[in-house]
Design a protein around this ligand. Structure first.
Ligand SMILES: [Zn+2]
Length: 107
């Protein structure tokens, strides 16, 4: 979380921004991040920076598993699961662990 805030500030500074208007983050279901906690921590981390009044937007990324034997992908909230088509247990996670900055709007 602090890492993405730091990235946002660095990116904004690189553009010569005076202030950050919005920050859009992609947060995976398996990123281990509580959205409530994230929203709460955000203004505290951004306090006294050019991102102090930034609006936080969160885009959630579903946990998607890939099944090797049949090539299907499916939603597996726990990060692993039985393929709905063939029943194979898959641990091959394609997405769902992201915690990244996707867009930044600055002034
Ligand atoms: Zn399968």
């Amino acid at each position: 979380m602090q890492e993405v805030c730091r990235q946002s500030l660095a990116a904004a500074a690189a553009e010569g921004a005076v202030s950050i208007v919005t920050i859009r983050l992609r947060v995976g279901e398996l990123a281990g991040v509580e959205l409530e906690a994230l929203r709460f921590a955000f203004p505290l981390v951004m306090q006294d920076t050019i991102g102090a009044h930034a609006q936080l937007q969160i885009e959630s990324e579903p946990a998607i598993c890939h099944c090797e034997p049949c090539g299907k992908t499916f939603h597996a909230k726990q990060g692993l699961g039985d393929c709905p088509s063939c029943g194979t247990l898959s641990h091959r996670l394609l997405s769902g662990q992201a915690l990244q900055l996707v867009a930044l709007e600055v002034n």
